[in-house]
Ligand binder design. Sequence first.
Ligand code: NAD
Ligand code: UGA
Length: 480
Amino acid sequence: MVKICCIGAGYVGGPTMAMIALKCPDIEVVVVDISKPRIAAWNSDELPIYEPGLDEVVKKCRGKNLFFSTEVEKHVAEADIVFVSVNTPTKTRGLGAGKAADLTYWESAARMIADVSKSDKIVVEKSTVPVKTAEAIEKILTHNNKGINFQILSNPEFLAEGTAIEDLEKPDRVLIGGRTTPEGQKAVAALKAVYAHWVPEDRIITTNLWSAELSKLAANAFLAQRISSINAMSALCESTGADVSEVAYAVGKDSRIGPKFLNASVGFGGSCFQKDILNLVYICECNGLPEVAHYWKQVVSINDYQKTRFVKRVVSSMFNTVSGKKIAILGFAFKKDTGDTRETPAIDVCHGLLGDKAQLSIYDPQVTEDQIKRDLAMNKFDWDHPQHLQPQSPTAFKQVSVVWDAYEACKDAHGICIITEWDEFKKLDYQKLYDNMQKPAFLFDGRNVLNVEEMRKIGFVVYSIGKPLDPWVKDLQVSI
Ligand code: NAD
Ligand code: UGA
């Protein structure tokens, strides 16, 4: 029986290994992590991450050929294939701070693999890493070589949160990069055989190591670029009376462009887009390509602009001040169908409104009060680093309350901001919400989930990203 061990039981390690275990009953899969609470949660009925369909997959295989353990060294030593799926955050200090990838966790995992291994192993980069990382890892693995053969492969993950199970079951492609030597190609074939249990052969792409590493950064940069492009258009739509949804539809009908990923929003969030683009920018700078670096940096700059622009619309529409006013924040996760709040635009919007002394009442169907308060207290980029950098206990904000119902959040509020596109926000009784709010009642739709005309008929003053401005909003705007 082939044995796989995956280091890192996070959003990637957990679901990807569960899918391998489900599709490959002849393979034993052990997911290991240094975090005891995380492993305990994977072994319980309350999994550490919320992902539609994940519970069923885990329940089918756990205890049969899927195991979660904190015995990191033991399982690494026993494995034939070791996936490394640890976090690769943005550096917060030192050379490249605020841009470069921090490979501390990756390096310590690689050193541990070198120390405990007694048999040949294929080591698979699952984490997103800077191009050429495999070279550094290879040096670490072979430095104390005890006659053991390590083959390193790059196998970046393309799943998106909220649709992880679907993405893993029917991936657009699986990418495997390896050395072109006979040993390298043998390792590529071995990993290909794992995926071939359920992925059609023509969807398994093999490349050299550097192409695989760079393709992952490039794919995320292209995806984020589409969002920044439509968000940049949304600002122009508001100034000209065009409707961004109509523009996106018309543009997306061109088969060369395609309709996906053209939803204007308050800004993209998530643990990877910003981190990976900043990393790409840093790599370009290090390779003497400042123009290329500047080009990609703009994708992040437009995203920051979009979040700031949203806050400015809220404040200027409400007579240029939100001081002491209750504002309901509907949604805190970075997208629907996940409880993940890493780099969520909600954090920047809340900070912006708190800076203007608003009273916030926050509701998200999947995010806890503890998590929201930690997020609001955290410094930029610290969320992806160990506990000592993070607030020990959630900070008590006098201006913030977290509630477990959208109606409660909006009661007596002056305004509502929709930050996450949860389906339930489309189905709320907006007449009831309006009746229980202060007047004039403002509605700021950061995800274009509501019918603007219907909301205006109820009586709301409405702002929806990239849609023709409400006459009220238009009259009161300072320049944005
Ligand atoms: P995560 O923070 O959810 O999980 C990483 C886990 O690794 C943590 O549980 C941590 O305790 C563990 N860990 C760190 N160092 C360790 C060590 N030395 N030994 C054992 N365990 C260790 O992160 P994630 O979201 O799963 O992302 C992991 C990687 O995958 C990142 O490089 C990310 O860029 C990439 N990625 C993420 C996604 C996504 O949707 N989240 C998608 C594609 C790629
Ligand atoms: C993204 C990529 O889609 C995955 O392929 C990749 O594996 C992953 O990053 C990663 O490397 O971590 P994810 O961040 O989970 O996945 O979710 P997305 O669906 O890409 O959404 C990212 C952000 O963009 C969300 O805040 C979402 O609301 C926003 N978005 C997305 C828009 O504002 N408009 C759109 O049209 C699409």
